[in-house]
Design a protein around this ligand. Structure first.
Ligand code: ADP
Length: 347
């Protein structure tokens, strides 16, 4: 079922949590709302769920206006960060809750609960209480409960935020599996974690200060970010001011070969892994190393560029390559194919 937010604005007193927000999520599509804390992601999700009432705008599900319907009558599955299982109900009864509320026959409830627990790998835990489960297991039960009512829309609000790294990776795999097993469901996934958004979403909607900044297929947004904000939020791109001279793009006076100028776009965007460090004398941006941090698979090296004040360039050097000494002169090689241009000050 299609989810549509049309020009939705939400005010809490004098706080504007969401401003003129438009989004359409198709059946079978997963859209991630990605943005820093306080950017309005949860508010957008709650407006769809019916937990907050828009000050302006409409919410449609499958084409029907549900703006005035209470949450329970929207037929949506919702999973929030803190699981919110009923503590006094056993796992199986938690999963059965929505089915019983909808007065489904006992046999159907039992069958559906069995299917859901199997799908999330929790068949053996039906008799347990939530407090007898780990965080990851509770989260699986929460997902089973949300899906038990066979919703055509699933809303996930930071569902992995409370889990540790290993569990988060496992659950990410579970969610990918879920998308394959319930192919027609429309999923809206709120996260501030770009790796979750990249792993799960067909499209990513980047948010900032109550507004939508950019929306595009995940790969496209990553490869060619339309704005400086998205470039740095998604993948921590470097942004370097450029000048255009004689049809050539230059950074600090050095020509970037293979990069064509574009009207109104005067920041060069390049990912830290795409830059190569060479010894002084090579063709590229001359500068020096000002910092290095070991991150396991890579060393994250920071450099300054000669002639560019206030700009620090982050370079990921694979762990098997030598890291230049702190203070050493280096040349940063920026392959034109890995560079794109973005406008200053969008978003
Ligand atoms: P995000 O999910 O991106 O972290 P939220 O949608 O939760 O952001 O919040 C957006 C803004 O609205 C924030 O400034 C937040 O403090 C404010 N806000 C959210 N919910 C409420 C509320 N119930 N009452 C008052 N302000 C709120």
């Amino acid at each position: 079922m299609t989810v549509q937010l049309e020009d939705v604005t939400v005010h809490f007193g004098r706080t504007c949590a969401l401003e003129g927000f438009d989004l359409s999520v198709a059946a079978g599509e997963t859209v991630a709302l990605l943005g820093p804390s306080g950017s309005g992601k949860s508010t957008a999700l709650k407006a769809v769920a019916g937990f907050v009432r828009p000050t302006r705008g409409r919410i449609r599900l499958g084409g029907n206006d549900v703006t005035d319907l209470p949450p329970a009558r929207r037929g949506i599955g919702v999973v929030v960060q803190q699981y919110a299982l009923f503590p006094h109900l056993r796992v199986a009864d938690n999963v059965a809750f929505g089915l019983r509320a909808a007065r489904k026959p006992r046999a159907e409830v039992a069958r559906r609960v069995g299917e859901m627990l199997e799908m999330v790998g929790m068949t053996a835990y039906g008799r347990r209480f939530p407090r007898e489960l780990s965080g990851g297991q509770q989260q699986r039960v929460a997902i089973a409960r949300a899906l038990a009512i066979q919703p055509s829309v699933l809303l996930l609000d930071e569902p992995l935020a409370a889990l540790d790294a290993q569990l988060r990776a496992d659950m990410l795999g579970e969610l990918q599996k879920l998308r394959r097993e319930v192919p027609d469901i429309a999923i809206v996934y709120v996260t501030h974690d770009q790796s979750e958004a990249l792993a799960l979403a067909d499209r990513i909607a980047v948010m900032r200060d109550a507004r939508l900044v950019d929306i595009a297929p995940a790969a496209e947004l990553y490869a060619a970010p339309p704005s400086a904000f998205t470039a740095s939020f998604l993948g921590g791109a470097n942004l370097l001011p450029v000048s255009v001279d004689d049809g050539e793009v230059k950074v600090a006076g050095t020509v970037i070969p293979g990069l064509k100028p574009a009207e109104g776009k005067n920041l060069l965007c390049i990912r830290p892994h795409a830059i190569r460090l060479e010894a002084p004398g090579a063709a590229g941006l001359a500068g020096r190393v000002v910092g290095a941090q070991w991150r396991g698979a890579v060393n994250q090296v920071t450099c300054v560029v000669d002639g560019l004040a206030d700009v620090v360039v982050r370079v990921d050097v694979p762990a098997d390559r030598r890291v230049p000494e702190l203070g050493a002169g280096v040349v940063m090689v920026l392959p034109g194919g890995a560079c794109s241009l973005v406008p200053v000050g969008v978003g």
